[in-house]
Structure formats: C-alpha cells, structure tokens
Design a protein around this ligand. Structure first.
Ligand SMILES: Nc1ncnc2c1ncn2[C@@H]1O[C@H](COP(=O)(O)OP(=O)(O)OP(=O)(O)O)[C@@H](O)[C@H]1O
Ligand SMILES: O=P(O)(O)OC[C@H]1O[C@H](OP(=O)(O)OP(=O)(O)O)[C@H](O)[C@@H]1O
Length: 231
C-alpha cells in the first residue's frame, strides 16, 4: 500500500511523536479507563466535544492523539498517517487492509455484525430460496461476502446510519448492521436472523511503522497489554 506523501522523503526520527488514532463516539467513552491505565493523558480539550481541534498532544511528548471517525481510524493507520489506532473488528473486516496488524483485542465495544429482517418475513420458507436480496448496510463488503458464501447475490444499498428504516420503506429486504442489546432492531420491527461475526475493539498498528520504529511502538503495545491485564 502507498505510504503517505512525505515532502522531505525522510523516515521520521525518534523525536517525532507517534500518532495514536482514536475513534470518537461510543468506543472512546468505553476507552477512558484503559487510556488512563496506559498512562495516556491527552490535552484537556480532547474530552471537550465543542473543541474544534483534531490533534492533541499528550502528557507524554512521544505520543500525540488524533480523534477521527471509527472507519477513518483504520484508513489513517493503513496509510501510516497514524502509527497506532483503536477501532472495531467490524471496520477491520469491512476493509481488510493488508498494512494493518491487529495484535490486541481490547474487549470493549462488544457487539456483533448480524443480518436482520422484518419480523413478518423472518423464518419464512420462501426467504431461504431467494437467489438475490437487497441489503441496506454500511458494511457492503461484509454483506456481499456473507451472502455470496450462501450462493445469494446481494444488491447493496450503502447507508451510513438508520438502516433499520430501510426494509419498511421498501429500500431493501433486510439489513446487515451491528447489534448489541437488540433494542434498536426491536424498536423498528426487525429481528436478528443470522450472526455474521462477533465484534470487539482492537488495537491496530501500521506494519511498516512497526518495522521502522519497533522500540517506540513495542513499548506502547506493552503498556496496552499491561493495562488489559490490570483490568
Ligand atoms: N451498539 C453497540 N454496542 C457496542 N459497540 C458498538 C455498538 N455500535 C457500534 N459499536 C462499535 O463502535 C464502533 C463505532 O460505532 P459508533 O456508533 O460510535 O460510530 P458510528 O456512529 O458508526 O460512527 P460515525 O459517527 O463515524 O459514523 C463500531 O465500529 C463498533 O465497533
Ligand atoms: O442492539 P443495540 O444495543 O440497539 O445497538 C445497535 C445499534 O448501535 C449502533 O448504533 P449507534 O447507537 O452507535 O448509532 P448510529 O450508528 O446510528 O450512530 C448500531 O448501528 C445499531 O443501530
């Protein structure tokens, strides 16, 4: 994979802070205690949702954090713009970036990627004989691969949220989305019919960065491991 544009064409030296990409949203809330155990203390405005800043220094001069969307964490790390990151296994499954190494399961953000259908049609015998389905999802690759394994061609309607609306409004037959308690599905007349994969959040690392800065990255991996063991 192409590495990011670097005007000077130089490898970063040891004094360049590593960049840790963190997802804003629900994982970040769950991550708080683990970050604290890891000794990562970002600048005070990191937790201020009104702050317009995206990159923050931390109490450790060798580490900066950036706050980006969950899907973008994987992109920043895959291209080496951030050397380390945290994102859900769902994001890694969807993109399958070869440059990403995911050595640690952080055990947070626990949910699953599932297929869900309107209660009225779920389990009907004719549903099992379909050779094509229209699927609303923000995981087009996971959905296509899942149905392809069953010999079903999936026509994907790519949405970024609120896919639970799609079947009732005639946009799709079913959805592929994250499920935790099931309350979102229930509130929208849907029922989970297949679990595609369990999901937790992972610590991810850019493989090239791991080769070029093994000590610095290895030290952070060790800190995250220790923080997990102390949990
Ligand atoms: N209900 C849930 N329970 C547990 N973990 C979840 C749940 N929903 C999402 N996650 C995890 O949190 C990650 C981010 O989800 P979140 O809902 O915060 O972001 P999003 O709204 O999809 O992102 P964005 O705002 O960038 O579009 C997901 O990739 C998944 O790994
Ligand atoms: O099974 P449940 O416990 O109801 O959780 C599932 C919901 O959680 C996620 O949405 P989230 O709340 O993160 O909102 P968004 O993705 O629509 O922003 C996911 O997209 C589901 O809609």
């Amino acid at each position: 994979m192409d590495q990011p544009f670097n005007e000077a064409g130089l490898e970063p030296d040891a004094a360049t802070p590593l960049v840790l990409a963190l997802p804003k949203g629900r994982i970040l809330k769950e991550l708080g205690p683990m970050l604290a155990r890891t000794g990562i203390v970002p600048a005070a405005d990191f937790h201020d949702e009104n702050s317009r800043r995206l990159r923050f220094e931390t109490s450790n001069p060798s580490l900066d954090v950036v706050r980006v969307r969950s899907f973008d964490v994987a992109t920043f790390v895959a291209f080496g713009a951030a050397q380390i990151g945290i994102c859900g296994a769902d994001v890694l499954m969807e993109h399958d970036y070869p440059e990403i190494y995911a050595p640690l399961d952080l055990g947070i953000g626990r949910c699953r990627v599932s297929v869900a259908e309107p209660v009225e049609v779920a389990g009907r015998a004719d549903r099992k004989r379909l050779s094509r389905v229209a699927v609303a999802t923000k995981y087009p690759n996971i959905a296509r691969q899942h149905f392809a394994r069953q010999g079903i061609q999936a026509e994907v309607v790519h949405l970024n949220g609120a896919m639970e609306l799609a079947p009732a409004l005639g946009l799709s037959n079913l959805i592929v989305d994250l499920v935790q308690t099931g309350s979102t599905l229930k509130a929208n007349g849907l029922v989970e019919t297949e679990v595609i994969a369990p999901v937790t959040s992972r610590l991810i690392v850019n493989r090239t960065a791991l080769k070029t800065r093994p000590e610095a990255i290895g030290a952070w991996l060790a800190r995250f491991r220790a923080a997990l063991e102390a949990a």
